[in-house]
Ligand binder design. Structure first.
Ligand code: ATP
Ligand code: MG
Length: 435
C-alpha cells in the first residue's frame, strides 16, 4: 500500500477525550473514529488489525472442531420472553419496535437465538456434542461507555455455544474452549491468565475470565509468577485428547483479581507473588440446562427419555482486544504491534522522494515485498524524514526499512525492528530478512 493513497487520518495532538493510551493511540493513528458514544467506525488501518485478531480467533475455534455460523443482530423479543430474560436484562438491552408493533432488540448476546436453532434441528443424543460460534456485532447500552473500543456500546465479539448430552461431556467441551483461549491470546503476543469467576446460580468451577497483563489494565492481578513463564503455544495440543490435565495444570496456579485477593490467605509467599494489572478479554461459562429447560431444547438420550441439553457459552471481546493489545504493547512514541496482528509487517520509508536513485531502490524493494506476499506500507510522500519516522513509530509496524541518498550511494538501506536501532545492510539482505 502506498502511503499517499492510504486513508489513514493521523493526528499530531493527543485527543482530549482519550484517558488511556490505547484510546489515544487508536485515534491518533487513524484506526477508528467515534460515530456516537461507544459506537465506532473502523478505518482501514484499524480494520486490518480487527480482521487479523478475528482470523486468529477463527483458526483457533476451528481447530477445536467448533463450526462457524452467523446469527442476526436483530432478535425477536418473543424468544427472550421464553427464556425469562426479557424483563431481567434491564437497560443494557436496546429494545426496538417494528412497524407492526412487534418487539425486537439488538442482541447483547445470543443464547436464545442459538437455543432456538438447536431445538428446531437436533433431536437425538447421536447428534451431540455440537459447538457453534459466530464473530459478530453485539450491542449493550453500557451506562458509561469509555476507553474507546475497550468498553463500547456496539462491539465485536466471538461467541460460542456448546451442546452436550451430560455434564461430563459438557466439561470436555468447556476444557477445549479453555485451552483454545490460552492459545488465542498467546498468539496475539499476550499473557493470558484464567481466573475462576462466579458461575451464577449453578455454582461449580466451570466459569473463567481470561485476563491479559497490561500495566494500564482495569483490574489488579495477583498471581503465581509461573504464569509469566509458561507459553501455552509450547504445549502439544490434540483436541481429541482428554484436556483435563492441561486445564488442571493451569488452574492449579494461583491467580486472583483485586475483588478476590486476600493477603492473609494467599498461598504464594509475598516475596514471590506477582502483582500487576490486567484486562478481561474473554469469559467462558458452563450454565447447564438453564436455557434448554426454559426453552424446551431436549434430545432423546437413547434410553427412551428426553433430556434437556447441557450448554455452555464462551465469549471473546474481539474489538476490545485491539485496544488491549495496544495497552500491553506500546511506548512513548506509539504502538508496538506483535507481528501476528500488525496491520502491515513492514514500513518502507523513502527519505528523499523524488530523488531518482532513492525512488528506484524503494520501488524495487516495494515490488519484491509485494511479490513475496509481505504486507508493506510504503511512505513515498514528499514529507520530511522526521515526519515519516514519527508516523511509522506511531502506527507501530514491526519492521522499518529506510532508504536515503547516502545509503543508496553506498549500496545499503537501513533496517530495524520498531523501537530498536537500525542496521545498514544491502537491499538483498534486507529483503531476505523480511520475506
Ligand atoms: P465486563 O465485565 O467487562 O462488562 P462482561 O462480563 O459483560 O464484561 P461477557 O458478557 O462475558 O462480558 O462478554 C464476553 C467478552 O466480551 C468480555 O470478556 C469482553 O472481552 C467483551 N466485552 C463485554 N462487554 C464489552 C463492551 N462493552 N465493549 C467491548 N467489549 C466487551
Ligand atoms: Mg458487561
Amino acid at each position: 500500500m502506498r502511503r499517499s493513497k492510504f486513508f489513514m487520518p493521523t493526528m499530531k495532538e493527543n485527543p482530549a477525550e482519550a484517558q488511556i493510551p490505547s484510546h489515544c493511540l487508536m485515534l491518533r493513528a487513524g484506526m477508528v473514529r467515534q460515530t456516537a458514544a461507544g459506537i465506532y467506525s473502523w478505518l482501514p488501518l484499524g480494520y486490518r488489525v480487527l480482521k487479523k485478531i478475528e482470523q486468529i480467533v477463527r483458526e483457533e475455534m476451528d481447530a477445536t472442531g467448533a463450526q462457524e455460523i452467523l446469527m442476526p443482530t436483530i432478535q425477536p423479543a418473543e424468544l427472550w420472553r421464553e427464556s425469562g430474560r426479557y424483563d431481567d436484562y434491564g437497560k443494557e438491552m436496546l429494545r426496538i419496535t417494528d412497524r407492526h408493533e412487534r418487539g425486537l432488540l439488538y442482541g447483547p448476546t445470543h443464547e436464545e437465538i442459538v437455543t432456538d436453532i438447536f431445538r428446531n434441528s437436533v433431536k437425538s443424543y447421536r447428534d451431540l456434542p455440537q459447538n457453534l460460534y459466530q464473530i459478530h456485532w453485539k450491542f449493550r447500552d453500557e451506562v458509561r461507555p469509555r476507553f474507546g473500543v475497550m468498553r463500547g456500546r456496539e462491539f465485536f465479539m466471538k461467541d460460542n455455544y456448546s451442546f452436550d448430552i451430560d455434564k461430563d461431556s459438557a466439561r470436555r467441551s468447556y476444557n477445549k474452549m479453555f485451552v483454545s483461549y490460552l492459545r488465542c491470546f498467546a498468539r496475539m503476543g499476550l499473557t493470558p491468565i484464567p481466573m475462576q469467576a462466579d458461575s451464577g446460580a449453578i455454582g461449580g468451577d466451570m466459569s473463567h475470565e481470561f485476563i491479559v497483563l497490561a500495566d494500564t489494565g482495569e483490574s489488579a492481578v495477583y498471581c503465581d509468577p509461573t504464569w509469566l513463564y509458561t507459553d501455552p503455544l509450547s504445549l502439544e495440543i490434540d483436541f481429541d485428547d482428554d484436556l483435563q490435565p492441561i486445564v488442571d495444570r493451569w488452574t492449579e496456579l494461583y491467580a486472583a483479581t483485586d475483588d478476590k485477593y486476600d493477603a492473609d490467605n494467599c498461598p504464594i509467599d509475598e516475596s514471590r507473588l506477582y502483582t500487576g494489572r490486567g484486562i478481561e478479554v474473554g469469559h467462558i461459562f458452563y450454565f447447564g440446562t438453564k436455557y434448554s429447560t426454559a426453552m424446551g431444547a431436549t434430545v432423546s438420550d437413547g434410553q427412551g427419555r428426553d433430556v434437556a441439553v447441557e450448554m455452555g457459552s464462551y465469549g471473546i471481546g474481539v474489538s476490545r482486544l485491539a485496544g488491549a493489545i495496544i495497552e500491553a504493547s506500546h511506548d512513548d512514541n506509539g504502538i508496538v504491534w506483535p507481528e501476528s496482528v500488525a496491520p502491515f509487517k513492514v514500513g518502507l520509508i523513502n527519505l528523499r522522494s523524488g530523488d531518482g536513485p532513492c525512488d528506484a531502490v524503494c520501488e524495487n524493494i516495494y515490488a519484491s515485498l509485494n511479490n513475496a506476499g509481505v504486507e508493506t506500507l510504503y511512505d513515498e510522500r514528499d514529507e520530511r524524514a522526521g515526519v515519516k519516522f514519527a508516523e511509522m513509530d506511531l502506527i507501530g509496524l514491526p519492521w522499518q526499512v529506510a532508504v536515503g541518498p547516502r545509503g543508496v550511494k553506498a549500496g545499503t538501506v537501513e533496517i530495524g525492528r520498531r523501537g530498536a536501532a537500525r542496521e545498514e545492510v544491502s537491499s538483498e539482505s534486507a529483503l531476505a530478512r523480511l520475506a
